[in-house]
Each structure stands twice: as C-alpha cells, then as structure tokens.
Design a binder for this molecule. Structure first.
Ligand SMILES: C[S@@+](CC[C@H](N)C(=O)[O-])C[C@H]1O[C@@H](n2cnc3c(N)ncnc32)[C@H](O)[C@@H]1O
Length: 282
C-alpha cells in the first residue's frame, strides 16, 4: 500500500493566534446551547418523544443560521479536493449544502446527499440548484450509519443485493466535518468503506483529535478535553473533538484495504485541527 502520509509542515503561530485558536470553540458552544433551548421551546414534545431527532433539529437550527459563515474559510486543500469528486457520489451530512459549489457538475453523474436534519433539506436543494447540480443532486433524509443508510439506499434501488447489504456502489464518498459526529464511528466508517467501489475514493475534510504526545500541541489537546468535558459533544449534535478519524478509517479497511492514503494534517496548534485528503480503495 503506497502511503503519502499526514505530515505537513506549518508555520508556528504567534501567541495571540494560538490563544484565538484555543478559545474559539466555546463561542460556538454558547450559540449551540442557545439554539438547543430555542428548539426545546418550539418542540418540547419532540425532546421527550424522539431525542435523536430533537438534537438533529437543534443542530439544524444552529447550522441554518451559522453554517454559511462557518463555511467561508475551509482548511487548505478543500476546494481542489472536492472538485475531484466524480461519477456516482455519496455526500455524507451535507447540511444546508454550503459546500456544494465546490463540486464540478461536469464530473459527477449523480450525487446522493444523506442528511438527517430534515429542516436543512429545502436549503440543501436550493444550494444544489445554485451549484449547477440540479436534478443530479438527490437529498435523502437519513444518517450515515448503516442501520439508517442501507434502507434509504435500498428504497432508491441502489443496492445490488439488498438482503446481504451491497458493496461497491459509489465512485466517490465525500465527508466534510461529519465523521466527527456520526454514531458508532467504527461501524459507520466500515459501512461507508463497503459502499465504495474498488478504486473508489473517500474524500475527507474532518476535524480530529490533537495527536499530542505523538506530535501536536499539549495545550490544544487539553482544550479539546476541556470542551468535551463541558458537553461539546452534547450541544453540538454529537460532534466529538477527540476522534482519531484517520486511525478509524485505516482500521476499518484492514491492512490492504486502502491502496493509497493521502491525507494532510493541518492545525498543529489548533483546538480544532483537520485532516484533508483522499483514501483510495484497493
Ligand atoms: C458540521 S455540519 C457540516 C455540514 C457540511 N458537511 C459542511 O461541512 O458544510 C455536520 C452535518 O452532519 C450532519 N449529521 C449529523 N449526524 C449525522 C449522521 N449520523 N449521518 C450523516 N450526517 C449527520 C448534521 O446534520 C450536519 O448537517
């Protein structure tokens, strides 16, 4: 397996820049709590009846308000990476579709956008139109976890063998800031790996755990732990700051599952560092 790995040399930040990187997450957490409370007052029965849907609704309300602003600056490499998505694409957790303009409509034949926050779907479809994807984009209200995704794909006749759970369906799977929050992360990642065709590419732009002490930054790592302790995960729709998504993706594919892993690690001194790049299925 050829692996150009995650090493990426970055300029050290000034003290002021480091401080800003450390303390930016709580500002988002306060906004998330505000939308959580608003959602509780608008849909109190949902809170008790279907808590998972309630949390998707609360996160959806936050994202509808701030998603566009939070998509203005993406990690380096995101734009050229997403422009390479081609063929039949599975777009996991597209939110309101603020990244859809990055797709090259001439390269894709069909894009299935799997988004559990149903309230975001109308804006998602509008953004697909604006991005020139039009009828090539199909929004699906479901989660990435197999228990939700597989029946949704079966309904669209996308599975070759619905009883056994099909494999090798998509040329490209795109995950942007979403694997941090999917439930049962290993199982979900394994399900996505199975859905890729041999030679298919998983494109990832994901925030991950600070690798300290194996590189990374001591304070940024502690900040991640602190924010998780204060309920980041709960308020932010299940988002975990401490997920080692690269290791999870490597693990679920097994030793020779990926023929190429080409990921950059960005943000050595950030509380929210990223991996950006592709994994190519053997
Ligand atoms: C931080 S937003 C990112 C949206 C978009 N990918 C972007 O980067 O602009 C995370 C998205 O993942 C969605 N999401 C949450 N749980 C999910 C799940 N289990 N499966 C798929 N998407 C999920 C959320 O509803 C939300 O739209």
């Amino acid at each position: 397996m050829s692996q150009r790995q995650t090493a990426h040399i970055e300029e050290p930040l000034s003290i002021r820049e480091r401080f800003e990187c450390y303390v930016s997450p709580p500002q988002l957490m306060v906004k998330a709590i505000y939308f959580y409370i608003l959602t509780f007052f608008s849909s109190p029965s949902l809170f008790f009846r279907d808590h998972a849907t309630f949390r998707h609704k609360a996160f959806g309300a936050l994202w509808a308000r701030y998603g566009a602003a939070m998509s203005e600056e993406m990690p380096e490499g995101t734009i050229p990476l997403i422009a390479t998505a081609q063929g039949v694409v599975l777009d996991i957790g597209p939110g309101s579709g603020t990244q859809l303009h990055l797709f090259d409509p001439s390269k894709v034949t069909k894009v299935y956008g799997v988004e559990p926050a149903a309230d975001l779907i109308p804006e998602l479809i509008r953004n697909a139109e604006k991005a020139g994807l039009g009828t090539k984009y199909e929004a699906i209200v479901a989660g990435a976890e197999s228990i939700s995704l597989i029946p949704a794909l079966a309904k669209r006749n996308l599975l070759h063998n619905p009883e056994k759970g099909s494999t090798g369906i998509f040329d490209t799977i795109v995950t942007i800031r979403v694997l941090c929050g999917v439930p049962h992360n290993e199982e979900t990642a394994a399900g996505l790996f199975r859905l890729l065709k041999p030679g298919g590419r998983l494109l990832v732009v994901e925030h991950v755990v600070q690798p300290y002490p194996k590189g990374g930054d001591f304070i940024a790592k502690r900040m991640q732990q602190l924010y998780m302790l204060f309920g980041w995960w709960y308020w932010l729709g299940g988002c975990c700051l401490d997920r080692d998504t690269e290791q999870i993706l490597r693990k679920v594919a097994g030793k020779d599952g990926w023929k190429e892993v080409n990921l950059k690690f960005l943000g050595r001194q950030h509380a929210i560092p990223y991996i950006v790049g592709e994994l190519v299925k053997a």
